[in-house]
Design a protein around this ligand. Structure first.
Ligand SMILES: *Cc1c(COP(=O)(O)O)cnc(C)c1O
Length: 333
């Protein structure tokens, strides 16, 4: 089996401790009542930069040679990975270049700049931005840190699994948001290594679930990218995938898919019942429980992966809750 190794995950945990947050694992009375088993939330939405991606990015940066640190880092991500890498590089005094196309909205460009990274605008597509990454690696010796298919990135994300196993050794199930699979692969390896009886299930959206389609086909597949509330779960897994496809295939019990309405329900519940502002991708585990899409056998942990959602969109999603409750004549919780 392809694996990054429990040892590597444990080393990552030591390396990044004090640099990322040891996030809270909180009991959810509401979800526990709905589900009939104890449910806890692992709040990775509380990380600085708003998502768990800070763990993998920080571990990858700290694992570089001094030589590579001197030359700097590069990526084409404008989302949570780009933010995390910019933050982690700045904390270590390493140069980070984020390549993006001219079509990326100004607020995203500003967010990356505000974190201290250099922004390079090239071309008009994600492929153009990636071509610039490849050129900087080839011609200027920068190191590319990809968002998921990288051993130290996976090990960094896996540290969440160690924290869950340490906090609750009775955990029977962990629900993990799933896109490229760095998070699910790392967490599943840590959980299976520490709590062999526990299951790990991935959760994606129906619209453009690349890992789900690839696992069904038995090989990495390209998928059409569709607009979804869980925008951080969009994108392919890479046709040359090295780690995450095999790890998800071997370590995940199952993958469940959610409709857009179900994801919205998860975002609403997170806000109204848990007091957490969570993005679509971050809410899919909660949504899977509310939609009763997983068989529950015992204490369950839901990984809440991020909070970076457009505020106007969040308000719209949460408002519908208020409207529905009012039209049903009930109190707004
Ligand atoms: C990146 C991301 C995911 C998915 O992580 P993968 O390692 O690509 O599977 C889930 N939630 C949020 C908030 C993310 O930013």
């Amino acid at each position: 089996m392809i694996a990054v190794g429990l040892d590597r995950i444990a080393r990552a945990h030591e390396r990044i401790s004090g640099r990322v947050r040891y996030t809270p694992l909180v009991f959810s009375p509401g979800l526990s009542a709905v589900c009939g088993v104890p449910v806890h939330l692992k709040l990775e939405c509380h990380q600085p930069t708003g998502s768990f991606k800070l763990r993998g990015a920080t571990n990858a940066v700290l694992s570089l040679s001094d030589e590579a640190k001197k030359r700097g880092l590069v990526t084409a991500s404008t989302g949570n990975h780009g933010r995390a890498l910019a933050h982690a590089a700045k904390a270590e005094g390493v140069r980070a270049v984020i390549c993006m196309s001219a079509l990326v909205p100004a607020n995203k460009v500003d967010a990356v700049r505000a974190l201290g990274a250099e922004v390079r605008i090239v071309g008009r597509s994600q492929d153009d931005a990636q071509a610039e990454v490849d050129r900087l690696v080839r011609e200027e010796g920068l190191t590319a840190i990809p968002p998921f298919d990288h051993a130290e990135v996976i090990a960094g994300q896996g540290t969440i699994g160690l924290e869950i196993a340490d906090a609750r050794s009775d955990t029977e199930l962990v629900l993990v948001p799933l896109s490229g699979g760095g998070l699910a692969a790392g967490v599943a390896e840590a959980i299976k290594g520490r709590l062999p009886q526990a299951r790990v299930i991935g959760v994606s959206m129906e619209r453009g679930a690349a890992m789900y389609e690839s696992l069904r086909a038995g090989k990495p597949l390209p998928v059409e990218e569709l607009e979804t509330l869980a925008d951080s779960l969009g994108g392919g897994i890479g046709l040359e995938n090295r780690y995450t496809f095999a790890m998800c295939r071997d370590l995940l019990e199952d993958v469940v898919l959610l409709s857009e309405e179900e994801i919205a329900e998860g975002v609403r519940h997170a806000f109204a019942a848990e007091g957490e502002m969570v993005e679509g991708a971050g809410a899919v585990g909660i949504a899977a429980l509310l939609a009763k899409k997983v068989e529950l056998r015992g204490p369950t942990v839901v990984l809440v992966s991020g909070r970076n959602i457009d505020e106007a969109l969040h308000r719209r999603i949460v408002d519908i809750d208020g409207l529905k409750a009012m039209s049903a004549g009930g109190p707004v919780p």
